[in-house]
Design a protein around this ligand. Structure first.
Ligand SMILES: Nc1nc2c(c(=O)[nH]1)N[C@H]1C(S)=C(S)[C@@H](COP(=O)(O)OP(=O)(O)OC[C@H]3O[C@@H](n4cnc5c(N)ncnc54)[C@H](O)[C@@H]3O)O[C@H]1N2
Ligand code: MOO
Length: 407
């Protein structure tokens, strides 16, 4: 039986980045660039003023103060300006093209206007306050490298370069299949013995949060035919996640049907808790994750085992977030042989994260899951982890939201 880390390694070794799709600029935010993009032109595309002021030829201002006649006005967006005559200046606004013959801009604050003349009271350096063509990016230079995650800054660059479409790794389309005769869908009337198919929705939310696209396949009933039909539907997507029916029960059919349909199982059972009965298979090279049905086990195995795989498939390079370090606030007892991931609330005290048990740790208890801030990993070999021990932590909230305490 693989350890948690070994199971994750097996999964990651068997999934690969998907191909390219071109998406409109705004849809590219958060996605990973598939191939290098080079600048089609210089940026700025033309020499332009960095200040509101006067465009001049520096040599005409060598005498201090210098007095020049103002022969024109150049707003940003103006057409190609006429050349500057010797001894003259042109009133110019920020962003307007520099007229031929000018090599400096004098900010308005450093001048005094007198009718159609301007007095410049300071020395003028050639090139001052001009944003030169190509000084930001030269045509042909890389503006985005393959593997970059697109942020608003990259969107701005692409837009400035006239790029309306961005080559990114395809989103993973993830089929989500629940199994079990007890399940009803949200909206159906609850009755004794029936359980709402909440796993499909928590998984869909987690898939979407990871940046992938969930596709809900509904429920496979506890018979081979229903499993076969739904699982075959699931094979049409980039990845398939099933929940429940993977343990040791008489009606746990998922592995059997997957095998019958030709999926190659890479492992079944992981030395972790929750998540013990998790299975992983490949169907035509596509991953099939069979997660345990207890709702908390489903969510935690998604976070720890499935999410890194989906991120890798979408081109992200760093897909396993390193554990943070925290201090366990209370003693914890466990059986030897499995890494236990316990749900904890987390506070920051004197710069260190302190983890408190968030409540009943049974994997059917949803309220401990909604209350918790993260998971503390208790080592496989341990049977007792005393209060004050340093443990690995996985935060399930933004680290900035962890409250500070002095008590
Ligand atoms: N004899 C054994 N029994 C169990 C073992 C074991 O090793 N030997 N493992 C236990 C552990 S640990 C887990 S986890 C569960 C996982 O079993 P399955 O994956 O086969 O899941 P089910 O038994 O079908 O369901 C478990 C539980 O979860 C509820 N469930 C299932 N699907 C959904 C859903 N879509 N939405 C909400 N809730 C769902 C289901 O009603 C059950 O209560 O097995 C233990 N047993
Ligand atoms: O392995 Mo189960 O997922 O602990 O509840």
């Amino acid at each position: 039986m693989p350890s948690f880390e070994e199971a994750r390694d097996i999964i990651l070794a068997n999934v690969h980045p998907l191909g390219e799709e071109m998406v409109p600029l705004l849809e590219a935010v958060g996605r990973v660039v598939k191939r290098d993009v080079v600048a089609p032109w210089d940026l700025p595309q033309f020499d332009n003023s960095a200040m509101d002021g006067f465009a001049v030829r520096a040599a005409n201002c060598s005498k201090v103060p210098a007095e020049l006649s103002v022969t024109g006005f150049l707003p940003a967006g103006g057409d190609g300006p006429a050349a500057l005559e010797t001894g003259c200046a042109v009133r110019i606004m920020t962003g307007a093209p520099i007229p031929p013959g000018c090599n400096a801009v004098v900010p308005i604050e450093e001048t005094e206007e007198m009718g159609d003349r301007v007095v410049i009271r300071q020395k003028v350096q050639p090139r001052q306050h001009i944003r030169h063509q190509g000084s930001d990016v030269a045509a042909g230079a890389p503006i985005l490298e393959a593997g970059t995650t697109v942020r608003p800054a990259e969107i701005g660059m692409l837009a400035a370069m006239g790029q309306a479409l961005v080559p990114v790794h395809r989103k993973v389309r993830v089929a989500i299949l629940s199994t079990g005769d007890e399940l009803i869908e949200l909206g159906e009337a609850p009755s004794p013995g029936r359980v709402i198919n909440s796993n499909a929705l928590s998984l869909a939310a987690a898939v979407r949060e990871a940046g992938a696209e969930p596709v809900l396949l509904g429920i496979a009933r506890d018979d081979i035919e229903s499993h076969r039909e739904k699982i075959q539907q699931g094979f049409r997507f980039d990845a398939l996640i099933t929940s429940a029916g993977v343990s040791a029960g008489d009606r746990d059919l998922v592995r059997e049907v997957l095998a019958e349909l030709g999926a190659q199982e890479q492992f079944w059972k992981v030395a972790m808790k929750p998540g013990g009965p998790t299975a992983f298979a490949l169907q035509d090279g596509r991953p099939v994750f069979s997660l345990p049905g207890n709702p908390v086990s489903t969510m935690i195995t998604f976070e720890l085992l499935v999410k890194p795989a989906l991120l890798k498939m979408m081109g992200y390079r760093k897909v396993v977030r390193p554990f943070m370090k925290g201090i366990l606030a209370e003693d914890a007892h466990k059986k030897e042989g499995k890494t236990h991931f316990i749900r904890v609330t987390v506070k920051k005290r004197h710069g260190r994260y302190v983890a408190y048990c968030a409540g009943d740790q049974h994997t059917a208890i949803l309220s401990t899951m909604t209350r918790c801030d993260g998971l503390a990993a208790l080592p496989s070999e341990a049977t007792f982890v005393p209060a004050g021990s340093e443990v690995d932590l996985v935060l399930l909230r933004d680290v900035e939201l962890v409250p500070e305490t002095t008590s």
